[in-house]
Design a protein around this ligand. Structure first.
Ligand code: ADP
Ligand code: MG
Length: 708
């Protein structure tokens, strides 16, 4: 993949502000166990500090690991640093992100996502392969990075550095763009803080009025950023443009629209700065192909203005040189727990004021710049919070709590959190783990839980996969799990004719009334075809996504195989058809997402919330008049309605025994479990209460039977 480019001379990066502090930084890392480093974005923290440490001799007794929240950032930065160090990516410098490992025996400087390091800690709690750990982008407050902070602190205070499993002390560096350093330092035992002063130039900001806080549907803000980008291009002096949007779809729409507008420009008359002779429009989002990324960082040809349309990744993770104009949509896509449906959902929300400052600042790195906000002053004052809520306070903690429990952190409520999540979120996580049989009534990790934590998948999907392994039909579930782990595989072309053709092809692939089976079918047909890439083209399927699905499937298969060698796996036999077996495996993981037809096309969820949900138009079940009364679904999309996506019809009897588990545990009960070991007395009380509940359920079930 990588070539030694030699394009970046030492000279170029030597201009970065961080170089004046090189000696001081190395000294500080040598002297302290914990160090906080802050500095303006673009000052060289992420790309340079690991290199300083490497050349100072760190890395001889273990690796230098750098964690970032976003996968694209890990990949891009590793590539850049490999180029700067003139080595092949994957040798001395490498990266690891979920399902993609570009490291080798020789790797000393390792960039990775924070999720990857968390998984590594499971296998090696003392991080004995590391000499230095750098937690980067801590100001982003990603869930995994917050947990890592707590774990590193706890590890240190529990055992001290002379603990077993380590021959040299572990050095920990926390890096952040702007975060309250006092708070971080206090959290880490008043550790030392080093600040890298950056150079910044003034940025003038103007507010718009076209978009309000309720305009979270992309049409309004996409149209407005396109208009502003066009105006900047035609009326401002030379300098590149960076547009902040919310996600891939919005970015592609905006690129298309701006491209169409830009095509009509007559540069002799329309553009005020006559040195500007063209516009180069480039997208930048997380699931982009890596060969597309290079162009983003390259200076445009003479006379050409570059316009990058990016997600929040360009706010702090990646720095593009030459940006003079910012266009800020005011929104960001964020994962939030939705209590109506009991799931984490990507939502478009207003950014915080601090985020808006950060976005604007990207225009003032090398000269004075301008920032155009599409939103009004009123939006700023009334709808934008000062700071974003950290992820730990707004998303599901199920996976993280299981990880902590597997690491021996029994008391997950009193874990050292930088900002503790609400107790009810922790209790919800415990409840869900109990429902999945990943922990027992005393809050201890079960055998199943130990297996589940090994898979980088959501717990429900993992459970379905493990059930399939028991029944010997993993060949059906592994591809499904892989397909659900990659980006959307179905191409949705612009233009109505093409759209029609794509729709028809996709419909032909939806042979059965089961979206999970469609995923399996696509996977198998493509894999067994003679020319898989041509097959994809023919069927309007993203070949790149399928290729990753093939690789993910192999990796999941390897994990399963490794576990099967190490553990005793129960074996069950199944009487019935293959499709029934497939669907029953799905039920054992998705019984938390069961819905029953209520009236007309409306379904009602069975998890106790009783939310009204609909089948999404993309589902094979959408138009069919089939009498589907019970379904399970993979996830939901919330617009004006709640839509179930990736749906499969089931029979009530398959979930009948699983559903009561959803109502079995009171949050109250688990709050005791979370705090301390439960006494036998309490267990007895609990069991009595449950017996009473069961009785009630049996009568409810009888009523149901009569109704069916
Ligand atoms: P910080 O972490 O302090 O925000 P970085 O180390 O990410 O700073 O960036 C330092 C400099 O390196 C910036 O000027 C940025 O433009 C440049 N840079 C980083 N990655 C690349 C890349 N892939 N291509 C070109 N330049 C890059
Ligand atoms: Mg950085």
């Amino acid at each position: 993949m990588s070539k030694v480019s030699g394009r970046h001379s030492k000279h170029e990066s030597a201009y970065l502000p961080i170089h004046q502090h090189k000696a001081q930084l190395i000294e500080a890392v040598k002297e302290s166990d914990f160090l906080v480093v802050t500095g303006e974005t673009g000052s060289g923290k992420t790309t340079q500090l690991p290199q300083f440490l490497y050349h100072a001799g760190f890395g001889q007794n273990g690796k230098i690991g750098i964690t970032v929240p976003r996968r694209l950032a890990a990949i891009t930065v590793a590539q850049r640093v490999a180029d700067e160090m003139r080595c092949v990516l994957g040798k001395q410098v490498g990266y690891q992100v979920r399902f993609d490992d570009y490291t080798s025996q020789d790797t000393v400087v390792k960039y990775m996502t924070d999720g990857c390091l968390l998984r590594e800690i499971l296998a090696d709690p003392h991080l004995s392969h590391y000499n230095v750990i750098i937690l980067d982008e801590v100001h982003e407050r990603s869930l995994n990075s917050d947990i890592l902070l707590g774990l590193l602190k706890k590890n240190f205070s529990d055992r001290g550095q002379s603990s077993t499993g380590r021959s040299v002390p572990l050095k920990v560096v926390i890096m952040s763009a702007t975060m309250e350093t006092d708070k971080l330092s206090a959290f880490l035992g008043d550790c030392r803080v080093l600040t890298i002063p950056g150079r910044t130039f003034p940025v003038t900001c103007t507010f718009g009025s076209a978009v309000g806080p309720k305009d979270t549907q992309s049409t309004a803000y996409v149209k407005e950023v396109v208009k502003l980008a066009f105006d900047v291009h035609t009326s401002e002096t030379a300098g590149d443009i960076l547009v902040f949007l919310t996600g891939q779809i919005e970015i592609e729409q905006a690129c298309d629209q701006l491209f169409k507008k830009a095509e009509s420009i007559d540069y002799r008359y329309d553009v005020q700065d006559q040195t500007v002779e063209g516009l180069l429009i480039l997208p930048l989002y997380g699931s982009m192909a890596s060969d597309q990324q290079k162009a983003i960082f390259q200076p445009p040809p003479d006379g050409i203005r570059k316009c990058v349309m990016a997600t929040n990744i360009a706010a702090t993770s990646l720095t593009i040189n030459g940006i003079k104009y910012i266009i800020d949509s005011g929104f960001v896509k964020q994962l939030r727990h939705n209590s109506n449906v009991g799931m984490d959902i990507l939502e478009v929300v207003p950014i915080s004021k601090s985020e808006a400052h950060q976005r604007a600042g990207r225009a003032g790195r090398t000269s004075a710049g301008k920032c155009f906000r599409v939103y009004s002053k009123g939006f700023w004052e009334q709808s934008m919070p000062e700071y974003m809520l950290p992820e730990i306070q707004r998303t599901s903690l199920t996976a993280v709590v299981l990880t902590l429990k597997c690491l021996g952190v029994h008391d997950v409520i009193r874990f050292p959190y930088l900002d503790p999540p609400e107790e009810r979120f922790i209790l919800d996580a415990l409840k869900q783990l109990y429902q999945f049989d990943a922990i027992d009534r005393r809050g201890r990790v079960t055998q199943l839980g130990e297996l589940m934590v090994e898979f980088p998948l959501q717990p429900g999907l993992t459970r379905a996969l493990l059930k399939a392994a028991e029944l010997g039909c993993q060949d059906m579930l592994l591809p499904v799990a892989a397909m659900l782990s990659v980006e959307n595989i179905f191409i949705r072309p612009g233009g109505t004719d093409k759209q029609k053709e794509a729709d028809e092809k996709h419909r032909a692939l939806n042979s059965s009334l089961n979206d999970f089976a469609t995923l399996l079918g696509v996977f198998q047909s493509c894999k067994s075809s003679e020319r898989p890439s041509a097959w994809c083209k023919d069927n309007w399927i993203h070949w790149r996504a399928l290729k990753s699905a093939f690789s993910v499937e192999t990796q999941l298969r390897d994990i399963l195989h490794r576990l099967q060698q190490k553990n005793h796996f129960p074996v069950e036999t199944f009487v019935g058809s293959r499709t029934d077996m497939f669907r029953q495996c799905l039920c054992s993981g998705y019984f938390t997402n069961v819905a029953r037809r209520s009236v007309g096309k409306t379904f009602c969820t069975m998890d106790g919330r009783g939310s009204m949900v609909h089948i999404h138009p993309s589902s094979a079940l959408f138009e069919k008049e089939a009498k589907v009364n019970w379904v399970i679904f993979h996830d939901v999309l919330v617009t004006s309605r709640v839509y179930m996506r990736t749906v499969c019809p089931i029979r009530y009897e398959w979930v009948k025994d699983l559903l009561p588990k959803l109502h079995e545990v009171d949050v109250y009960d688990l709050s005791n479990v979370a705090r301390e070991e439960v006494t036998n007395e309490e267990i007895t009380k609990w069991e009595k209460r449950e017996a009473a509940k069961r009785q009630a359920e049996i009568s409810a079930e009888n009523v149901m039977k009569k109704l069916e």
